[in-house]
Ligand binder design. Structure first.
Ligand code: SF4
Length: 742
């Protein structure tokens, strides 16, 4: 099939569902030209019916993306020597001179590890790939990490430990084939809406053929359609999984043929789960034994069990153990590598998957390689044309470790690209303070007024998704070509081009001489040959001609729309070819409730906003859906703390206090409260939820436990603004940025 449609098609740049979009130019087909609030003509978007991942479906965020392309853009490089100075426009040439000078002096002084980059699942794969080549190859530091660390790194670590490699083994068609959908730690209805609608339609079509289980402390919109909702106490998910496994064994519901032929570690696993009797598990998790047993029977008796998870599992200090605990259940029942079955992580960002393929975390190299593996380093050094031992042998600083390094004065240059950590990181005041200690904070951004921009010295205008060509991979391993369909805004440039030019200016002319992103992609694909994530047969040309393709797609592979699964042959990429049971005792929350902070605050997302509102905050229709952040609280808890519906609450954790209006609802269990994470200090309704969250992380994945911290609530007399607003500092910084907004 050749794609010859007149309008450009692309992948939605928001969540990891990665829906196909068709982009309609302003005034398309004789319609009047619609304009955004600044008078810019607007593109429109609708679902691409030919995209196999979404089949023409799209949610309100994807449908309104055209309204976010032109407003509030950063037009030119801006620089200020200190955070107390005004930003001044500078040329790209001066910006590169500044960067090369500071990189050279840092390398000569403190060495390569005083430089770090914090990138993003918003990058195209080409941006990701060249960032690795620049940092890990040319500069000799593995200090590249991405916001995927806050989002998916527990899934990466869990897959790798249990199955031998990263890479979700399932595909979206499994939603049409499964008999049980086991959703744990995922509010799919709001965070991955198009997949949720697919599941809902299946349920309506075939109510008896599909049983939906939702494990979530909140009665989310996802939980409302569940046949079984296990509203477990926060932090008890691993115990639940162990308890379910014990029931499966007790019920003779395990697949001994699969266990014998394809796994290892079963004996030790059975010892671990043996402690989790139904009575103990139900009590620990705060659910009834009857509900636990009902779900256990589903795992024992049904074929086609598909589990889906996202941040509720990953953002935990035992995130990797919980991911492995879930995979254990699939290994126990042989529910993997066949239609309608398998452990399926849903990525939060549009190209977090592509980032993992390109080596975009501090411990990775392209092609799912590891920096700690000498053979992997040698392969990449040779492919990149760098001398032996150019790549450091130890993992670089993870996201939070980069913050700690700034705090300790160890980083001289922190480069943030395509992400907004001053909303998404935990313990935000600590991050702000750390950034003020870093001599040069560089922010590559498409938009002028993000929270992180307020703490930058050098702002580099980045080409936005619609203005640069590249590839993105969605949660089901499908790679979509994303074309440039609008001209560059002002002096903005694609990130990959900036990394390539910097590489050349640092003297690596040969290694960074690319004429197009297609050339960058072609080089990247050669590094995946023979790996689990083999895309060596893909190119920009093939993706343009034949539409999106799933990997593995080795050289010589024919384009196809048929969905693929991994591990259909029951062989796994481990040394023994067997998947591994992992046996870990549950730890619970890193910061459990106590007498002083008796409630558990969990943060999450609203359907109409995406992450830090840099883009979705510009769409009036989306803002109208959720005019302000609300604290969800159980009526009994509210009564105990003297709070009323719509009243103002002060929410205090060990890290700070903020205020929000209260919504009383029994959709949240007693003892827990909920806040959305979207609103940063640049929003009129500022409510920096992550200010309250702690940074304690999973020791394996290094992913912080953003899902739970201990808080206390009390009635508030007035709205508390972020610290910058109290001092006037925010307004003064904003004034400095105003010219850039024009
Ligand atoms: Fe975009 Fe995700 Fe909505 Fe699909 S579900 S349109 S990828 S935000």
């Amino acid at each position: 099939m050749t794609d010859s449609r007149a309008n450009p098609t692309s992948q939605c740049p928001y969540c990891g569902v990665g829906c196909g979009l068709e982009l309609l130019p302003p005034g398309e087909a004789g319609k009047s030209v619609k304009r955004d609030a600044d008078g810019n003509p607007m593109w429109a978007a609708r679902g691409d019916r030919q995209h196999p991942s979404s089949l023409g479906q799209v949610c309100i965020k994807g449908a309104t993306v055209g309204e976010t392309l032109a407003r509030g853009r950063l037009s030119q490089p801006l620089y200020r020597p200190t955070l107390n100075d005004d930003f001044q426009p500078i040329s790209w040439d001066s910006a590169f001179d500044l960067l090369t000078g500071r990189i050279r002096s840092t390398l000569a002084g403190k060495g390569p590890n005083a430089i770090a980059m914090y990138g993003s699942g918003q990058f195209h794969t080409e941006d990701y790939y060249l960032a690795q080549k620049l940092l890990k190859g040319a500069l000799g530091t593995n200090n590249f990490d991405a916001n995927s660390r806050l989002c998916m790194s527990s899934a990466v670590a869990g897959y790798t430990r249990s199955l031998g490699s990263d890479g979700p083994p399932c595909c979206y068609e499994d939603l049409d084939h499964c008999s049980v959908a086991f959703l744990i730690g995922t509010n799919t209805a709001e965070c991955h809406p198009v997949l949720f609608q697919r599941l809902l339609k299946r349920k309506k079509r075939d109510p008896k053929g599909l049983t939906i289980v939702v494990v979530d402390p909140r009665t989310t919109d996802t939980a409302k359609i569940a046949d079984h909702h296990l509203a477990i106490a926060p932090g008890t998910d691993l115990a639940l999984l162990h308890g379910l496994a014990r029931l499966v064994i007790q019920d003779n519901g395990f697949d001994s043929d699969f266990i014998d032929a394809a796994t290892e570690g079963f004996a030790s696993y059975t010892q671990t789960i043996n402690a989790w009797t139904p009575g103990k598990t139900a009590k620990f998790c705060g659910i009834t034994e009857q509900d636990l047993r009902a779900v256990g029977r589903l795992w024992s008796r049904k074929e086609g069990v598909l589990s889906l998870w996202s941040m509720g599992v990953n953002q935990r200090r035992e995130g990797t153990a919980v991911v492995s605990g879930l995979i254990n259940l699939h290994l126990l029942t042989g529910e993997i590598g066949k239609p309608g079955a398998g452990p399926f992580s849903l990525t939060g960002q549009p190209n977090a998957m592509g980032g993992r393929e390109a080596g975009g975390l501090a411990h990775l190299l392209p092609g799912y390689r590891l920096v700690t593996n000498p053979e992997h380093r040698a392969e990449v050094e040779q492919a990149w044309g760098f001398a032996k031992n150019s790549i450091a042998a130890t993992p670089g600083l993870s996201a939070w470790q980069q913050v700690e390094a700034m705090e300790q004065g160890k980083l001289d240059l922190w480069w943030v690209a395509a992400t907004n950590p001053l909303v998404s990181m935990p313990d935000l005041e600590r991050v702000k303070n750390a950034m003020q200690r870093c001599p040069l904070v560089v922010v590559s951004e498409a938009y002028a007024d993000t929270e992180t921009s307020h703490y930058a010295h050098l702002l580099l205008p980045a080409a936005q998704w619609s203005e640069k060509a590249g590839a993105m991979t969605n949660s089901e391993r499908r790679v979509t070509y994303c074309p440039s369909f609008r001209p560059l805004h002002g002096e903005s440039r694609p990130d990959w081009e900036v990394f390539a030019e910097l590489g050349r200016r640092l003297g690596f002319t040969e290694q960074f001489s690319y004429k197009s992103s297609a050339e960058v992609y072609a080089e990247f694909t050669t590094l995946t040959e023979g790996r689990v994530c083999d895309v060596s047969g893909l190119s920009h040309g093939l993706l343009q001609a034949h539409g999106s393709q799933q990997w593995p797609f080795p050289k010589g592979h024919e384009p196809t729309r048929i969905s693929k699964r991994l591990y259909v042959g029951k062989r796994f990429p481990t040394a023994s070819g067997r998947a591994r049971f992992q046996s870990e005792a549950p730890l619970g929350l890193a910061e459990p409730p106590c007498d002083v902070y008796p409630l558990v605050l969990t943060v999450g997302r609203y359907l109409g906003q995406w992450h830090t509102m840099t883009r979705t905050g510009m769409v009036q229709r989306l803002n109208d859906m959720h005019p302000e952040p609300r604290l969800e609280m159980h009526p009994e808890d509210a009564k105990a703390y003297g709070l009323d519906d719509n009243g103002l609450a002060a929410i205090t954790s060990r890290r700070g206090t903020l205020t929000a209006r209260v919504t009383l609802t029994d959709r949240i269990r007693r003892g827990s409260v909920f806040l959305p994470m979207h609103w940063g200090f640049t929003q009129a309704e500022a409510c920096e939820a992550n200010t309250l969250m702690h940074e304690q992380s999973c020791p394996i994945s290094k992913q912080p436990e953003l899902k739970a911290s201990a808080v206390v609530v009390a009635p508030a007399v007035s709205v508390m603004k972020p610290a910058e607003q109290q001092t006037g500092r925010l307004e003064s910084l904003r004034r400095l940025l105003i010219p850039a907004l024009r």
